[in-house]
Write a protein that binds this ligand. Sequence first.
Ligand code: MSP
Length: 533
Amino acid sequence: MNVMSDTYYITTPIYYVNGAPHLGSTYTTTLADAMARYHRLYGEDARFLTGTDEYGDKIASLAAAAGEEPKQLADKVSASFRSMWERLGAQPDDFIRTTEDRHKLVVQHVLREIYDRGDIYFGEYGGRYCVGCERFYTEKELVDGRCPQHGTTPEYIAEQNYFFRMGRYQQWLIDTLTEQPDLVRPEQYRRELLAFLRDPLDDLCISRPKSRLTWGITLPFDENFVTYVWFDALLNYVSALGYPEGDLYARYWPGEQLVGKDIVKPHGIYWPCMLQAAGIPLFRHLNVHGYWTIGGVKGGKSDRAELQEAERLEALHLFRDPARLADLLGVDGMRYCLLREMSFGSDLDFTRDLFVTRYNADLAHDLGNAVNRTVSMIARYHEAAIPDPGSETPVDRDLRDAASAAPGKVWAHIQAMAPHLALGEALTLAQRVNRYLEEKKPWTAFKNGDHDSVATTLYYAAETLGIAASLLLPVMPTRMLELRQALGLGDQPPSASGGWGYLDPGTPTAREARLFPTIERDAPAPEAKRDAR
Ligand code: MSP
């Protein structure tokens, strides 16, 4: 496989600085981080961007209520996102803030280009404006006069503003979504967009008068107005690459966009039209994930659920403070459960029990046992060194075939943005090793003096676990590095295309490897240990 020259660029939405990171934003960030690591493992040149969205009414009024300057508030909250991602093991290559000059200059450049092409005009508009969503709603979109996301009654606002002629791009967008069936995935979200496009597409209001809001980027063609938040925010994906001249832009765009289902419309409608108007190539895919809910309610933004039960309260605490969940499961355990448990694209109700059960079954039991048994038997029967394999039986061969096929299967799932399936596939290797050991019974073979069989069995088990370690490394970087070290693979660069037979007989191995201690079902979640990893 020669993919060294392929590049991969993955982005998360940039997070509003009106609240702290929670499990929802942690999921998006962790997934983007793991995707970048997977693409590197498979030989690609990958880049991962996240950041914060700092302008708009919402932030301005929050800062005013706290008696702060908006920039002060943004500095504080943006820093808390950055340090939370570090704490939770995500390593973005870049972190963009919309208040940075590098972003502002690109927004103004693109606005000017689109304006000069005649796709931006000045007009009057009246509509219902939801501050939570930072956008106008049509009457049809409201549910009983209320915002479907926030349940609030948006205020009617009429004012003169600048508009982007989005309607001009409607047919082009319908054609594009029809011709590129996986442009937006999973499929249900493409259908949602196409359904929305059956009605005429309104032009998009892209400004606010400074008399109402100053916390934004000034329009390059009218200093009395600032840009509307979405027009500003969406451009972060290219401003962070130094569009239009930057080397990073030339190298990495078009990228993969990862978003939650609440913001499909801005990303699936406004953004492609903006790109097309500005002459920028379309993203590769818009990948849409579902909500983490608590008691059926979107956990990050609402308290509406009946939260009497202790379980729900606990879930809410953990949802709001992912560092506590990391204290409970370990950073790697939490990353694994997040990506394994949620089927990409669907919603999932979060409870502590869901994650503890998954952790215990997959990591403590299946993977942990396979590793622990293999490593301790190599220590006991082979003086803690990789054995030289003897002859191969059909049972050995089956394991070798499964292990050799796994990297290809995992890669296919990763490319299809199905991380839950990729992890399921990698985990079956651990389950197979446990079954294989039961079948081959190296402890009996050892007693019977069948050293050829013992050597083959332990070598095959170790090889298979080494492959599993590589395939799980992007999700559990710390623990899987420990596993690789236990198998004597410390200095070898991990790769998913190493093939069978990469373990060197005679290499020293660990005496024991206890990677994932079992978690008591009812043990209280540890109190937040902020700085302890
Ligand atoms: N600032 C905008 C995005 C601009 S991108 C150009 C925004 N920010 S946000 O902070 O409100 O939400 C960002 C993302 O957080 C959502 O798309 C989603 O990915 C994630 N989530 C927030 N709550 C969530 C859940 N309860 N569950 C899963 N993810 C959710 O929108």
